[in-house]
Ligand binder design. Structure first.
Ligand code: BGC
Length: 500
């Protein structure tokens, strides 16, 4: 298997900064002297933060129950709850028999990824894969739809031209693509869907309300790229398909990266709103779009302010509480308040850099939490490198405590969300979920790179399900599975005759 690039496209842990937010390379010492943090001022803020972020078992239980309840309401009728419960039009899961050359395009974060895979059927499985990652220039996230799709179509075309070696397209065939588009889309068929809204900081004009496959096809035509989309899938759906290719027990897929979402295998007869569409298959994958969940979440003044100032106020509240794009920003807001009124960095001194929204990123708070040294030296350098902050040990301990509080809330709530989905599935088909091994395929940089977050997530699942049942629930990291998953779904929905 040959691989030409490494990290995932859409589940990136990194939130890019605009050039004006660049880190100081040689940090300038802003303070003239190191002042000790005024613990009397910091303590009440920290206590209140911890209280507001607390996720004891009853809160977790409420979140899991509310998630299950909202899932049902969203399945009953479109608009029935915060959860869109989008029908994916994926009614068959990969079998392992898929054969041929297929492409995948993965768009959902600050990078996108193009991939080709040569599938060899049950015996040979994945013969070869190759992928390339392209970062999206910051300005394209705020450009027009045409500009963004032109850029993608052109990269896709260039990648296709490099095909060779183990990859073989039968004569006279058009290259088929599985298009992973990781934003809320109202699917209208397996190969078409209307963008409901952008998330994760994208504000491209002219795409919402349009069929994103048509946008891509038109751009490919403009760029002279001769390829065709055979399947449009959310990244959760791609991840589920990719993981299911190797393991029949996969029933749920979750993304915890820049953004967050979950999908699962639903029974067609449990979807009242499906009635009109006369499904031939007994199952279908439902994309919950759980990032929009909001029922009973423990929120703080910092969450409310961040939401109010965001480009999508009132939306994606679960995502804003648990996902990688926002955790660092919540911590930053707490730090600003503690510096201003709690004397965290001495007096009412607020480091200039800290005032810039999104300046502190989730990988930064993750790095600080990994510091096990007595003097918290790594925390000291992160604070210094990022904002030229000189901190004393007491301030550094407070910073770590804040990071832990926010990561703990996020991880535990994510765990409760997963239990909510499993609980709903179990209620409908007793024993099928909790009575046997059930796999939750997980992808995303936040889950992958933040051990404490991961630990808190697992802890909440075990607390909610009890130690016996939770042994049957396996949360498995399925790194970059969505690319292959999308290609597999392109194969299953190929316009050419096939017997898999
Ligand atoms: C999007 C989802 C996506 C998730 C993870 C969210 O912001 O709304 O469609 O699956 O991010 O990438």
């Amino acid at each position: 298997m040959s691989v030409t690039a490494s990290s995932p496209a859409v589940r990136s842990f990194h939130v890019s900064r605009s050039p004006s937010h660049k880190r100081v390379s040689k940090p300038r010492v802003i303070m003239s002297a190191v002042r000790s943090s005024d613990s009397l001022g910091v303590a009440p803020i920290l206590t209140k933060l911890k209280k507001d972020c607390a996720t004891p078992l009853p809160v977790l239980r409420h979140v899991a129950d509310a998630m299950a309840f909202d899932m049902r309401a969203g399945l009953a009728v479109d608009g029935g709850s915060d959860l869109k419960m989008i029908l994916s039009y994926v009614d068959t899961l990969p079998t392992g028999n898929e054969k041929g050359l297929f492409y995948a395009l993965d768009l959902g974060g600050t990078n996108f990824r193009v991939l080709r895979v040569q599938l060899g059927g049950k015996e040979e499985r994945v013969i070869a894969t190759e992928f390339e990652q392209v970062s999206i220039p910051q300005e394209l996230m705020f450009a027009t739809s045409e500009e963004l799709f032109n850029f993608i179509a052109s990269a896709l075309g260039k990648f296709a031209q490099k095909e060779g070696g183990n990859f073989e397209l039968p004569q006279g065939r058009t290259r088929e693509i599985g298009f992973t588009f990781s934003f809320p889309v109202k699917q209208t068929s397996i190969k078409s869907g209307i963008l409901i809204k952008w998330t994760k900081g994208f504000a491209v004009s002219g795409t919402a309300g349009k069929d994103v496959v048509a946008c891509l096809n038109e751009a490919m035509e403009r760029q002279g790229t001769d390829m065709q989309v055979s399947a449009l899938v959310n990244d959760t759906v791609g991840t589920l398909a990719g993981a299911r290719y190797w393991d029949d027990d996969v029933m749920v897929a979750v993304i915890l990266g820049t953004g967050t979402n979950a999908c699962y295998v639903e029974r067609a007869d449990a979807i009242p709103k499906l009635a009109k569409r006369m499904s031939k298959s007994p199952i279908t994958i439902v994309n919950t779009e759980w990032g929009a969940f909001s029922n009973g979440l423990p929120l703080t003044e910092f969450d409310r302010e961040m939401d109010a100032e965001s480009i999508n106020p009132g939306e994606q509240i679960f995502e804003k509480t648990i996902s990688g794009m926002y955790l660092g920003e919540i911590v930053r807001r707490v730090l600003v308040k503690m510096a201003k009124v709690g004397g965290l960095f001495g007096g009412s001194y607020v480091p200039e850099k800290l005032i810039t929204p999104f300046f502190l990123r989730t990988p930064d708070i993750c790095a600080m939490q990994q510091d096990t040294s007595r003097d918290l030296e790594a925390v000291e350098s992160v604070l210094y490198d990022i904002a030229g902050i000189k901190s004393d040990l007491s301030a550094r301990k407070t910073v770590v405590d804040i990071c832990d509080t926010i990561a703990k809330r996020g991880g535990r709530l994510a765990g409760a969300g997963i239990v909510g989905i499993l609980q709903k599935m179990e209620e409908d088909s007793k024993g099928v979920i909790f009575g046997k091994r059930t796999v939750v395929a997980m992808d995303g940089g936040l889950y992958e790179h933040y051990p404490q977050y991961r630990g808190y997530l697992q802890e909440a699942v075990t607390e909610l399900l009890g130690s016996e049942i939770s042994k049957n629930v396996v949360i498995e990291h399925s790194k970059d599975g969505s690319g292959i998953g999308a290609a597999l779904l392109a194969a299953a929905n190929s316009k050419y005759e096939h017997d898999f």
